[in-house]
Ligand binder design. Structure first.
Ligand SMILES: Cc1cc2nc3c(=O)[nH]c(=O)nc-3n(C[C@H](O)[C@H](O)[C@H](O)COP(=O)(O)OP(=O)(O)OC[C@H]3O[C@@H](n4cnc5c(N)ncnc54)[C@H](O)[C@@H]3O)c2cc1C
Length: 227
């Protein structure tokens, strides 16, 4: 069977594998498992419901000790067979950061304050996946969208510092992504100011969100390539 582990994008991978195997008419020949050491066994919610509806076996709380040829090893040495394992490790700053003069947070990121200033260093800023958040809510992700919000704040703060002013720009915490399951989709959203995505004009649970996600992707690629 297939095993998908850890990280938001793996929910999507597991559901898309389910869809692809059903389309080929061979779903009953495979088991799909989703494991995550970060999720408590018995966790409930819209994502868990979607996984269960698709017959995906939940190994919440499970952590393999090692990935080996043909499967995974548990801490006690027992072997779990798998044809394919998809796994995304936690995002941390690159190894060279640890060897540099930059301060590193407990989670392995460049340690910055809420303005994006690197702690203990003058006029040094960091934003995006390489850096931590100051006092984040527990759900805050390392996402492209979050990187965009915090780099905009860091850039404004750098500009302020260059003009002899104090940094004052902060950013809002927001988790927003469309979970594409091909035959269905969920808009997962949380924001520190409680604001809904796009004034709530889109449904939160609808197959139509697959088209919306595709549209956003095209818009972003156009913006990044040409604007
Ligand atoms: C599988 C996967 C799926 C994801 N899906 C989503 C999603 O659906 N939505 C979403 O919002 N986010 C998603 N993310 C997260 C998103 O990709 C990141 O949060 C985002 O890219 C962070 O942007 P960044 O600019 O901080 O870092 P990056 O995009 O990682 O950019 C850092 C750049 O620095 C370069 N670099 C590194 N070291 C050096 C060096 N020494 N010298 C010069 N250059 C260097 C790297 O090559 C890279 O180009 C996903 C991530 C993964 C891994």
């Amino acid at each position: 069977g297939f095993v998908a582990g850890r990280g938001g994008q793996m929910y999507e991978c597991a559901c898309l594998l389910d869809y692809a195997l059903k389309k080929k008419g061979v779903r009953d020949k495979f088991e799909i498992h989703l494991f995550s050491p970060n999720i408590e066994p018995g966790e409930t919610g819209a994502i868990t419901d979607s996984l269960l509806e698709r017959g995906i076996i939940l190994d919440y709380g499970y952590e393999p000790a090692e990935f080996v040829e043909g499967g995974m090893l548990d801490a006690d040495g027992s072997f779990r067979k798998a044809d394919l394992i998809l796994f995304t490790p936690g995002i941390t700053a690159p190894e060279w950061v640890r060897k540099s003069c930059l301060p590193v947070s407990a989670g392995g990121h460049i340690d910055v304050d809420k303005f994006g200033r690197v702690k203990g260093l003058d006029n040094v800023f960091a934003a995006g996946d390489c850096s931590n958040h100051e006092n984040p809510p527990p759900w805050v992700p390392h996402q492209a969208h979050m990187a965009q919000l915090r780099s905009a704040a860091a850039a404004k703060n750098m500009q302020a510092v260059l003009k002899g002013r104090k940094p004052s720009h902060t950013y809002r915490f927001e988790l927003s992504c469309i979970l594409n399951m091909e035959n269905d989709a969920l808009w997962l959203h949380a924001a520190s100011d409680g604001k809904p995505p796009f004034w709530n004009i889109f449904p939160r649970h609808s197959k139509k969100l697959v088209t919306v996600k595709d549209m956003f992707e095209r818009l972003y690629l156009f913006y990044l390539r040409y604007l």
